[in-house]
Structures are given as structure tokens and as C-alpha cells.
Design a protein around this ligand. Structure first.
Ligand code: 0A1
Ligand code: ZN
Length: 849
């Protein structure tokens, strides 16, 4: 009955565990529906720990026997674990349990995917493997023996012995149970080696199912680059003799940083030019780096409790974005990250699911692997670095690594390191961790007698459970330009600490044009009255690439808002400015491709809502269509030239230069399709020899309503490749006419290749519907109904993925009463399901409030 009365866990209730785990020895006798797990654990009472009953977590385990110091005992079992009497001194615990990996569809704990055994223990999956104090502050060394018929038997750490049908592994680094991993299967490795800066020779492997071995080379290069980069930039070296990566088809998330044995969703590691797009390659490189970087930020230094999740995730996302910026283009990475941040985190922060970067309570921790914890968490690291400067940042990080190596640490520990390394008081900065919501930063200006004064005001709207917000410290990067385009003040950091604060700049000959929040120096929403002329000026002259792009984005957004609200025609001055950028061959093609991108439907809906309007999804979609058509016509002479000029000859490489050229050419193709009905796209589709070109052309054909032949052909060509077929599902829904989107989604869920057991396929289909907002929010309610139908079906099998996908409904309060009523009906229908999981119930409850 545990789902009937889910318990809320509070940060303020943290109590240390009363025992230290000295060592863990696990034996696995693998069998699909009857795996035996034998655990031998040495517990020592922790001196001065708060008095408590001895409790071990355990869920869905069939206990076979439990002993203490060799004596059989009879614990009291509950739905969540066991309690028993224990000696006052150190003792040896032994237990044998039985579990059923083959029927574990939740993909947490030990489960099977295509005949292969694998584990997912973060956050609280280890308790589904054996009885254990499954909390991140209990760290221990693990020795693991695996007995099974599978040819490859892997666990954490270094291999110590193996024989026919068994293998033993020892991990010398103390770790929490969430970093435990086991993999067993018929796997093939792509091997390599890396020598660390101190000369340790490390064996590297990427393990895949037979047939996938030609998709590992790129991931391996990314791994070696990551290992080198972490040594060069952070002085962090790898610490085992072997590093294994395994690709798994059925996985709830992207990947997992288990010590020495990273497990990846196959979509986040397998790559080949035929089957992966440029964006896939970039993402794979970033995720491999992210998981590898966790070895120090997450594994060597872990989290005291799950409220501290941002300690490892914010920092590791920050580190992986630095890596991508170094490997590729810094401005392009920053612009892409901010687009994502606004699309996912600002959306979350402005709705019913808003929560602080360090939450203070939760029902199900899996619901807090969010854009706020990850992406906003990373923004906080970036702000800290801006505030203290680069040298002090790396000094503080060195101190963090030496002071806390081997610890389960907190945000307090993290900030203390910065205070000690820099002498700064970070009390106010800490509010960024405890206050939810996106600050609005409004700007007013004055210019008299050569003095320019800029005044900022910060306001953060209330969020659930937090009505009043205190002012935060906001680093505002500012530059000033002369009206002739020269920069009179290079980027300077203004440190705002008050609700309202002015800064002055003296000795200026003319009123400057300010470039505010350069590089997006803080995760805030900037409100500033600006003219189209000024924005066009910044788009043409700003030396800060982010703000140059942002000026174009603001022009586009304002024009679209006027089209939607007033029925205005597309703004020709915007089209002129954009054409000048696209034409300018001195600019990075990737930047120009980003400049051609328009604000998303969701972004426009939120903007309208903030302005006091009720967004109409259909009108937003129509305005975007009209603007794209007008852009195509405005650039009709330029587009064929750009398209031809940026075709890439020679061998495909997923590097920044080639990807940028393809991104620009394909953006041009998208517009050209509006002029030629898809003739050029069909040519590109027919000639394509890589997935970037093929998929871009396929998207164009679908958007032109000319996609039937390509849809059949694409399926026929790729039906053997599950990751490509995911794209086939997604593209048909994302590119669907909004009137058809729900029906197409329903039809595709009846396709023989649709499976709700595979999270990738489920997301490729039902997740794609939310990426077609005018379709999802169709006035008929058909979009809401099809999603709710499938969430209800998935929940009993896979609560985690179901719960995450409920966030498609999180923006419902923006919409008109009819749509709100339609959504409320679906949310209530979900809540009324008997036996609804704790995961999904928590999400829908929070959204519905
Ligand atoms: N720590 C991983 C993400 C992750 C989290 C939870 C999972 O299962 C519930 C799986 C992976 C990362 O940040 O990459
Ligand atoms: Zn992570």
C-alpha cells in the first residue's frame, strides 16, 4: 500500500546513518526470473551518530536468508526495507535474496534489455537488488562476483579474477550504492588505451551488441578527448586500470556514470555518419564527456543526500559545456545552451513544477532530475566563475578536490571552498540555490553631460511554496557601443546586489548603445524598452556574439508578437537585417544558421502570457508560418546561393566546420522548400549519403506535405536500425500539420514497431507530440487525450518515464478556459487510475494544483 500514502522527504530531516560500511561483497547468480544475490557487509557503529534503529532499504526482494555474525535472524520486513536488532559492536551481515530481472520493466535495479543484464541504481535502484543502506552518504568498497553463462561479465573497478562462467571485480574507491553497476551479455568491445598524465596505462572499451560495433569509433575518440581535457583544464586524472562503457537499448535517461562502468542509452553513444546527424554526434561527444567528468565531480566527491544533486549535476553540466565550447565553437555552444535553458528551464521555473536548484522536499527523487537542477545548476557555476574570475575559480576547484576527495558533500561545503579560496562572502549568492523562479531584470537609462546611467530592478514572481523572494546577486556583463559601431566600453561585469541599483559611466562623447547581459551572464529575463533600430544596430555591430544573436532574436520575437496580437504584417526591417547577417560570409555559418532560427511556439506562448495575453497555439503557429514564408520570399535570390555555397564536398566529418556549413545550407533548404514545394529537398533526399542530409530533406518534404514517398522509403531503408526508426517516428509527428498531429500520433502507436517498453521509442512518439505545440494543444483536445491514454498505459510498467513525460502538461495554466478544462479532465483521469505510481502521482498532483 505504499503508493497510497507517499511520504514527503525533507532536507531539514537529514540524519547521518548510524553505521559505517567497511566493505561490501556481492555474489550474483544470474537467471532471468530468479537471480540470487548474496551480500556480505561489514558494519561498524559510527561513534557519536544519532541513536536509531538499524534499517536497510529493500524493495521487491524475495528474502531467502539473513544472518548476523553467522547466526540466522528474523528481521521485520516492510514495503521499503527491514529492521532488526544488531550488536553494539562491529558485525558481519549476510543476506541472500531473489530478484527477477526479466520482468523488471521499470528499468531500475537489475533488469534485462534484449537478453542482456544491466543495472540502473541512481537514485534509489540498489535497494531493488539487495538490502542495503541505499543513501549516497554511505560509501564503501565493493567486491563483486558474477556467475552467469553470458560471455561478458562486467562490474565496477578492476577485474581481479575470472573463469568459465564467472568473473570477479574489485573497486578500490569507496562509493555509494547508486554508483554500483553490473552488466552481463553477449557483447562485443571496441577497445583502445589511454595513458594518463602520471603514466597510468588505462584499458578503454565500448561494449555493444553484435551488429553495433561499427558505431563506436566516434564515442571512443570523445572519451579520449575528455580524459585529456580533464587533465589539462582541471588537473583531474583517471584512477582505475580500466574504463568500460556499455550501450543499452532500454534506458530511462541518457547515461549513467557508474564508477569505471558507464552505462549509456544506445542513442547517446552509438554513432555513424549514415545513421546519426551532426547534432547527434555533438550530443554524444558531450554526454560521454559528462559521464566521464562525473568520475571526479560525482564519484570521488559525491552528494551527502539527494537534495544536493546539483552539487554533482550542475558542476558536471558546466564542465561538459566548457568541454564542448573548447572542442567546437564557444559562441555557438553558448547560444545553443541558452535556447535550451529558456525552452526547458525557464518553462519549468515559470510553472507549477518550479523548484529551487537545491529542493527542500520531494516525494520521489527521480522527479528532480530536472532542467532546474542540471541546467540552472550549471548557470550558477558559470555566475560564480564570472563573479570570482577565472584564476580564483580554478583555485577554488583545486581546493574543492583536495578538501573533499572521498566525501559525500553539500552545497554548503561547495560554497565554503569558494569563500575560503577567494575571501568572498557568498551568503547572498546562496539564494540562487534556495529560491525558485526566474528573476525579471528591468532596465532604465539616462544620459546627461557625458554620463550614462543604467538602473536595474530585479523581481522574481512567486513560485509554489515561495511567495516572497529576496534580491539575488546578479552578475550583469555590459558593453557600450558608440553610434558609429565602435566599442567604447569593453565587456565589464556589474555586480547587482540590491532590488534596484544604478551604475554610471562617465566621460562619454555621445549617448552609447548598451549591450546588456553579454554572454547571457545570468539566468534572468531581461526587460528593456528598445527600438527596432537599436536592435538592428546591435545585430550588425555588437562584438559579443551572444548579444548579437540575441538582438536578432528580440527583433524576430517582437515582430511575431505584433503579428499575433495586432495582425501586423512581417516586419521588413527585421527581414532586411536578417538578410544582411545571412549574406555576410565573414560570419560563422553555424552562427548564421542560429540567427535564422525563430523563437519557438512555446517561447512565444510564454511571452504572450507574461504580457497578459492568453496564447492561442493556432495563431502562434500561423504567425510563424507566415514569417517563414515571408523570409523565404525576402531572401529568394540569396537562398540558392547560400544553399549551393555551403554544400560540403569530400568525406563526411561531424566536426564544427562541416556541421556549421550543413546547418546553414539546411536552414536555407527549409526556406527554399517554401518556394519550390520540395523539389530541391527531394534532390537532396535522393542524393544524401549521411543522416544529417537525409533527415533534413525528409523534414522539408514532410513540412511541404510531400512526404509520403519519402516516409515509405525511409522506413524501408532503415527498418533494421532502431535508432533511425526513432527519428522516423518523431519526424512524422513533429512535422505534421497541427490538425493531423494527434491522429498521426495515434496511428503510429498502432505501428508494429511501436513499443511502450522501450523508452526511446515511447519518447520518439508521445514525446514528439509535445514538440508540435499547435498539434498537442489542438482545440479538439485530441492531443491531450492521446498523451494521457498512453501515460496511463505506461505507468504500471515504467513509472519513471511516465512521470517525466507528464511535464508536457506543465504549461496548462497559460491557456484559455476551454483548453484548461480539457487538460484538467486528462490530469484527473490520470490521478484516478488505481495503483498509480508514486512518481506519476507526485508530478500530476504538482501540475494540477
Ligand atoms: N546521473 C546521470 C543521470 C541519471 C539519473 C538517473 C537515472 O536513473 C534514474 C539515470 C541516469 C547523469 O547525470 O548523467
Ligand atoms: Zn550527470
Amino acid at each position: 500500500m505504499k503508493d497510497a500514502a507517499p511520504q514527503t522527504i525533507y532536507l531539514s530531516d537529514y540524519t547521518p546513518f548510524g553505521w559505517t560500511v567497511e566493505s561490501v561483497h556481492l555474489t550474483f547468480r544470474l537467471a532471468p526470473t530468479a537471480t540470487r544475490v548474496i551480500s556480505k557487509i561489514r558494519f561498524t557503529p559510527t561513534p557519536n551518530a544519532p541513536k536509531q534503529a538499524f534499517f536497510l532499504h529493500g524493495e521487491a526482494l524475495t528474502p531467502i536468508r539473513c544472518t548476523i555474525d553467522g547466526q540466522q535472524i528474523t528481521p521485520t520486513f516492510t514495503d521499503t526495507g527491514l529492521t532488526c536488532d544488531v550488536p553494539d559492536t562491529a558485525f558481519d551481515w549476510e543476506a541472500e535474496v531473489e530478484i527477477s530481472p526479466a520482468t523488471n520493466t521499470a528499468l531500475e535495479g537489475l533488469y534485462m534489455s534484449n537478453g542482456m543484464y544491466c543495472t540502473q541504481c541512481e537514485a534509489e535502484g540498489f535497494r531493488k537488488i539487495t538490502f542495503y543502506p541505499d543513501r549516497p552518504d554511505v560509501m564503501a568498497t565493493f567486491t563483486v562476483r558474477i556467475e552467469g553463462a553470458e560471455p561478458v561479465l562486467l562490474s565496477n573497478g578492476n577485474p581481479i579474477a575470472q573463469g568459465d562462467g564467472w568473473a570477479e571485480w574489485h573497486d578500490p574507491w569507496p562509493k555509494p550504492a547508486y554508483l554500483f553497476a553490473l552488466v552481463a551479455g553477449d557483447l562485443i568491445n571496441h577497445p583502445d588505451r589511454f595513458t594518463t598524465q602520471s603514466g597510468r596505462d588505462v584499458e578503454l572499451n565500448i561494449w555493444v551488441r553484435p551488429g553495433d560495433q561499427d558505431k563506436c569509433a566516434f564515442g571512443m575518440e570523445a572519451l579520449k578527448k575528455s580524459m585529456k581535457w580533464d587533465e589539462d583544464v582541471y588537473g583531474r586524472e583517471y584512477d582505475l586500470d580500466i574504463f568500460n562503457i556499455v550501450a543499452v537499448d532500454d534506458f530511462n535517461m541518457g547515461a549513467m556514470e557508474n564508477k569505471g562502468l558507464n552505462v549509456f542509452n544506445s542513442s547517446c553513444v552509438l554513432a555513424s555518419p549514415d545513421t546519426s546527424t551532426d547534432l547527434n554526434f555533438e550530443r554524444i561527444e558531450a554526454i560521454i564527456a559528462h559521464e566521464y567528468f562525473h568520475n571526479w565531480t560525482g564519484n570521488r566527491i559525491t552528494c551527502r543526500d539527494w537534495f544536493q544533486l546539483c552539487l554533482k549535476e550542475g558542476l558536471t553540466v558546466y564542465r561538459d559545456s566548457q568541454f564542448t565550447a573548447d572542442m567546437r565553437s564557444e559562441p555557438v555552444k553558448r547560444i545553443s545552451d541558452v535556447i535550451q535553458l529558456r525552452a526547458r528551464q525557464f518553462r519549468e521555473d515559470n510553472g507549477p513544477l518550479a523548484h529551487p536548484v537545491r529542493p527542500e522536499s520531494f516525494v520521489e527523487i527521480n522527479n528532480f532530475y530536472t532542467a532546474t537542477v542540471y541546467e540552472k545548476g550549471a548557470e550558477l557555476i558559470g555566475m560564480l566563475k564570472t563573479l570570482v574570475g577565472d584564476d580564483a575559480y580554478y583555485k577554488a576547484l583545486d581546493l574543492y578536490f583536495t578538501r573533499h576527495d572521498g566525501d559525500a558533500a553539500t552545497i554548503e561545503d561547495w560554497l565554503k571552498v569558494f569563500e575560503d579560496a577567494t575571501g568572498r562572502d557568498l551568503t547572498q549568492f546562496k539564494r540562487w540555490y534556495s529560491q525558485a523562479g526566474t528573476p525579471r531584470l528591468s532596465v532604465s537609462e539616462a544620459f546627461t553631460d557625458g554620463t550614462y546611467t543604467v538602473t536595474f530592478r530585479q523581481d522574481t514572481p512567486p513560485t509554489p511554496g515561495q511567495d516572497v523572494k529576496d534580491p539575488r546577486v546578479i552578475p550583469i556583463a555590459v558593453g557600450l557601443l558608440n553610434p558609429n559601431g565602435d566599442e567604447v566600453l569593453p565587456t565589464t561585469i556589474l555586480e547587482m546586489t540590491e532590488v534596484e541599483q544604478s551604475f554610471t559611466f562617465e566621460g562619454l562623447a555621445t549617448r552609447p548603445v548598451p549591450s546588456i547581459l553579454r554572454g547571457f551572464s545570468a539566468p534572468v529575463i531581461l526587460h528593456r524598452d528598445s527600438t527596432n533600430e537599436e536592435r538592428a544596430f546591435l545585430l550588425a555591430h555588437d562584438t559579443d556574439p551572444f548579444n548579437k544573436w540575441e538582438a536578432g532574436r528580440a527583433l524576430a520575437r517582437d515582430g511575431l508578437i505584433r503579428m499575433i496580437r495586432n495582425g501586423d504584417a512581417p516586419d521588413t526591417s527585421y527581414l532586411d537585417s536578417l538578410t544582411a547577417v545571412v549574406r555576410d560570409d565573414t560570419l560563422d555559418p553555424a552562427f548564421r544558421a542560429l540567427a535564422l532560427g525563430l523563437p519557438s511556439q512555446d517561447d512565444l506562448a510564454q511571452t504572450l502570457f507574461d504580457m497578459g495575453n492568453t496564447p492561442d497555439p493556432q495563431a502562434i503557429w500561423q504567425a510563424l508560418e507566415t514569417l517563414k514564408q515571408a523570409t523565404a520570399q525576402h531572401m529568394q535570390d540569396l537562398l540558392p546561393r547560400i544553399y549551393a555555397q555551403y554544400q560540403v564536398d569530400g568525406e563526411y566529418a561531424p566536426d564544427a566546420a562541416q556541421s556549421g556549413a550543413r546547418a546553414l545550407a539546411n536552414a536555407a533548404l527549409g526556406l527554399l522548400t517554401r518556394l519550390d514545394g520540395g523539389a530541391q529537398a527531394q534532390k537532396q533526399y535522393d542524393a544524401a549519403d549521411n543522416m544529417t542530409q537525409q533527415l533534413a530533406a525528409f523534414a522539408c518534404l514532410l513540412s511541404a506535405g510531400n512526404g509520403d514517398a519519402a516516409t515509405a522509403d525511409f522506413y524501408d531503408q532503415w527498418k533494421h536500425d532502431r535508432l533511425v526508426i526513432d527519428k522516423w517516428f518523431t519526424m512524422q509527428i513533429v512535422q505534421a500539420d497541427p490538425d493531423q498531429a494527434a491522429a498521426i500520433t495515434r496511428t503510429l502507436t498502432a505501428h508494429p514497431d511501436f513499443s511502450m517498453k522501450n523508452p526511446n521509442r515511447f519518447r520518439a512518439t508521445l514525446g514528439a507530440l509535445a514538440m508540435n505545440p499547435a498539434g498537442f494543444h489542438h482545440a479538439s483536445g485530441a492531443g491531450y487525450a492521446v498523451l494521457a491514454d498512453w501515460l496511463i498505459q505506461l505507468d504500471p510498467l515504467n513509472p519513471q518515464t511516465t512521470a517525466r513525460m507528464c511535464s508536457s502538461f506543465e504549461t496548462w495554466k497559460r491557456y484559455d478556459p476551454d483548453r484548461q478544462a480539457l487538460i484538467a479532465t486528462q490530469l484527473d483521469r490520470i490521478l484516478a487510475q488505481p495503483g498509480l505510481s508514486r512518481d506519476t502521482r507526485e508530478m500530476v498532483d504538482r501540475i494540477r494544483k
